[in-house]
Design a protein around this ligand. Structure first.
Ligand code: SAH
Length: 465
């Protein structure tokens, strides 16, 4: 159907029933042969839907009223802003249903990308490993803040889907109960601040280490409002000493209200410059800007799985590409002669080096560079790795990184992914060039959201002549 005809559907009311859920957690139905996405409608359910907008080849609808019986997988979403806030997409789906959905998403993308290759024949995607807690799991949150001058009221909340429009709320079901208490304390503490300082804050950045109970608050403030420092210090002094002992407070001076608070270095005003987490017996110091998995208990299960996979193929030289604060490098150090971690964010590399030191681990080296710049040069120097592990951001691997890994020809290749689309794209060249996929294990790192984490193990096929 041409776009003009699709546009003419906008505003119509229709009755629909989706056949599946897409990667974003929306119901997928068809309307006269055209795909239409309807948020919060589950497969098998029937609803009256208003066509809201038209894309190039699809429509988007809004559910007006559900008709008939609800899906056996439907549950009541506990959050009062579910559907308006962009944070969660799946609270209406049972947890069992979410795990099954995520397994299917991984399988769908891998099968599509590996079409026509022998790798597809024995492909088996394991059931998704559940998060130890389906709610209250986040150890880290960035909360946008706005000031309503007319009512002299501070508004906290989260952004609506794909926008910077604030959906005001004073709680979040995903963040840990202790971070919720901290958020309440900050909100109360800020009530007495002068109006211009309330208006200057654009984000609150809260973080905690589950193992030690240490917490961190960073206020992101427009750069010219220096006086906020006094008020943050006063807030800190007024806290009970038991809370203060475990707390770091700081400020991040950024110019735009939509800037992410960790896009620049934070200045620590009181407390230690890091918080310390412990996973699988290894300690990790984290500064305000460093990456760390947001679900500590589930990260532990994922890391244990990676250790189990690599333990089977003890390494001589192991590469941990996209190493963050050194978590996987350090946890895997007992199973390799030497480990090299590569990471582009300076604060994370500094933490990683410190983490090696405090854990007395001496066979690990951390390089500050982008993987796409560093790795191709290493491989051409014949400085190769028999085991390579990658854990890239959502955009996946740069084509030069894929070529370099293929050139390095490691015995074992492990891909930790937070995006099944780029994962599936990146695996194809490996499946075409002598690698066998031996395990695909999805993990639910972000319950209630549509995000899927997955670990894929590949080994070089034995060539028989
Ligand atoms: N494996 C780590 C971190 C994974 S997150 C852990 O489990 O904790 C991905 C990391 O890749 C982040 O730390 C990010 O800063 C880093 N990164 C992003 N792009 C990069 C690039 N092009 N080269 C190197 N590191 C990069």
């Amino acid at each position: 159907m041409p776009k003009s005809e699709l546009l003419s559907c906008v505003g119509q009311q229709v009755t629909l029933s989706p056949i599946r859920i897409n990667d974003d957690g929306e119901g997928v139905a068809t309307l006269e042969g055209v795909t239409i996405f309807v948020p919060h409608l589950l497969p098998g359910e029937v609803a009256n839907v208003r066509v809201q907008s038209a894309g190039r080849s699809f429509l988007r609808g809004e559910m007006i009223e559900r008709l008939g019986t609800e899906s056996k997988d439907r549950v009541h979403p506990p959050c009062s802003v579910f559907g308006q806030c962009g944070g969660c997409q799946l609270q209406h789906l049972s947890y069992r249903g979410q795990l099954l959905h995520k397994q299917k998403v991984v399988e769908h993308h891998l099968r599509r990308s590996l079409r026509g290759l022998p790798a597809i024949e024995n492909l088996q995607v394991q059931p998704t490993i559940a998060s130890p807690s389906p709610y209250g799991y986040r150890n880290h949150v960035q909360i946008p803040v706005r000031y309503d001058g007319q009512k002299d009221k501070l508004l906290f909340g989260f952004y609506a889907p794909s926008s910077h429009e604030l959906v005001p709320t004073e709680d979040c079901w995903l963040i840990s109960p202790r971070l919720m208490l901290l958020w309440q304390a900050v909100r109360k503490g800020m009530e007495t601040w002068p109006r211009e300082l309330k208006a200057a804050i654009h984000h609150l950045h809260l973080r905690e280490a589950v193992a030690t109970g240490q917490q961190m608050i960073i206020w992101a403030v427009q750069a010219e409002y220096e006086k906020v420092v006094e008020h943050i210090q006063k807030f800190y002094q007024n806290l009970e000493s038991s809370l203060r002992k475990l707390l770091t407070v700081g400020i991040n001076r950024t110019s735009h209200e939509t800037d992410r608070p960790n896009s620049r270095r934070a200045d620590i005003l009181a407390g230690s410059s890091w918080i310390e987490e412990e996973l699988l017996g290894v300690r990790f110091r984290l500064s305000a800007e460093s990456f760390f998995q947001v679900n500590s208990a589930q990260a532990e299960q994922l890391y244990r799985h990676v250790i189990d996979r690599l333990q089977k193929h003890s390494a001589t030289r192991l590469l941990d590409a996209y190493s963050g604060t050194g978590t996987l490098s350090l946890l895997l150090s007992p199973y390799a002669k030497t480990v090299v971690g590569v990471e582009s964010v300076r604060a994370s590399v500094e933490n990683a080096r410190q983490n090696a030191e405090i854990n007395h681990i001496f066979n690990v080296q951390f390089i500050e560079d982008t993987v796409e710049h560093w790795l191709p040069r290493q491989i051409s120097d014949n400085d190769s790795f028999d085991t390579i592990l990658v854990d890239p951001p959502r955009k996946g691997l740069h084509s030069e990184v894929i070529s370099a890994i293929l050139k390095a020809n490691p015995q074992t290749f492990l891909y930790v992914s937070c995006n099944p689309v780029t994962l599936a794209r990146d695996l194809r060249p490996f499946a075409e060039n002598g690698y066998q996929i031996t395990s695909v294990q999805p993990f639910d790192m972000f319950p209630q959201t549509s995000h899927v984490e997955c670990v894929v193990t590949l080994v070089r096929k034995v060539v028989t002549t």
